[in-house]
Design a protein around this ligand. Structure first.
Ligand code: RIB
Length: 301
């Protein structure tokens, strides 16, 4: 089965800082590095590293070609990507504090310049049963969902970063949602912040009641992750505790390895456990896609 990520690619400029800078403050960084990133490209990297037949389709400038070559080294087919001289590659300014937490400012660049012909051309290489994975760092997500649905592709959606307009998309076409606690709460209309296991289970089941035919993978940070569907009920796995160096791309790693585990025939429970190992390894290293493990480290083969 083919896995297509139709999403963003960014050049991540990552500053290691004592603390996330405050309004009006000027802060010297301890180091700076230029890394390959973007939620779409990261998720494609995770799929490729995990051993799936992974394709990355997105739009970027010539300044980002090195990221495509990195993706290829992780086993991702990038031949469907659009490199344009009319745009620059998306940029992310990332601060990572002493505890490994990050904050990110984005400039979309080519990520928000994808046109319908380019979407058609990318999707023409896929057919019913293939999987498409999308996030919210590109334009025309509704069009992508409509066209993928028409083809009978299975749709995975990570509504990140969350914006209210996402709820107007044809979300009933989505087979699997990947949401963190904030995205999950917003989608479910919760003001309450879940803290106990019981509350996270309640949130997961509220999400399922809104989209009953979907599967929800709900990550809860240090509190672990849940997966709920009408068919299989609810599953839970705790985080696998690794020392935290850099959390950038942890959610992208989780998403890719959850799908890879499922593709290997594992249950939702096992898939959560494998994805937790993969994202635990990823946060213990610096960078986004570079920090992700290969499938052998997680699956043993
Ligand atoms: O999910 C992490 C990614 O978010 C970073 O690589 C950055 O580019 C932003 O898109």
């Amino acid at each position: 089965m083919k896995y297509l990520v139709l999403g963003s690619v960014n050049i991540d400029l990552t500053f290691r800082v004592d603390h996330i800078v405050n309004a009006g403050e000027t802060l010297a960084s301890e180091s700076v590095s230029r890394n390959a990133g973007g939620k779409g490209a990261n998720q494609a990297a995770a799929l490729g590293k995990a051993g799936l037949e992974a394709y990355y389709g997105g739009k970027l400038g010539e300044d980002g070609e090195w990221i495509l070559s990195k993706l290829r080294s992780f086993g991702v087919d990038t031949s469907l990507s659009v490199i344009s001289s009319d745009c620059h590659t998306g940029q992310a300014i990332i601060q990572i504090d002493k505890s490994g937490q990050n904050c990110i400012v984005l400039d979309a660049g080519g990520n928000k310049m994808i046109d319908d012909d380019e979407i058609d051309s990318i999707l023409s290489h896929f057919s019913a049963g293939d999987v498409i994975i999308m996030q919210n760092e590109v334009n025309s997500i509704a069009t992508m969902m409509e066209k993928a649905h028409e083809k009978g592709m299975r749709i995975c959606f990570n509504p990140s970063p969350f914006e209210d307009y996402l709820m107007t998309l044809p979300l009933s076409y989505v087979d699997t949602f990947f949401v963190n606690e904030i995205e999950g709460r917003t989608m479910a209309g919760w003001d309450k912040v879940p803290s106990s296991d019981e509350e996270f289970r309640e949130l997961a089941s509220d999400l399922l009641s809104i989209f009953p035919s979907a599967k929800f993978v709900l990550t809860a940070g240090k509190k672990g992750a849940y997966c709920v569907s009408a068919k299989d009920g609810i599953a839970y796995a705790p985080i696998v505790d690794y020392p935290v160096v850099d959390t950038t791309g942890a959610g992208d790693t989780f998403c890719g390895f959850f799908l890879a585990a499922t593709e290997r025939g594992m249950s939702n429970q096992e898939a959560l456990e494998k994805a937790s190992i993969a994202s635990g390894i990823a946060v213990s290293r610096l960078g986004a896609m570079e920090s992700m493990p290969f499938g052998k480290e997680v699956f043993g083969v």
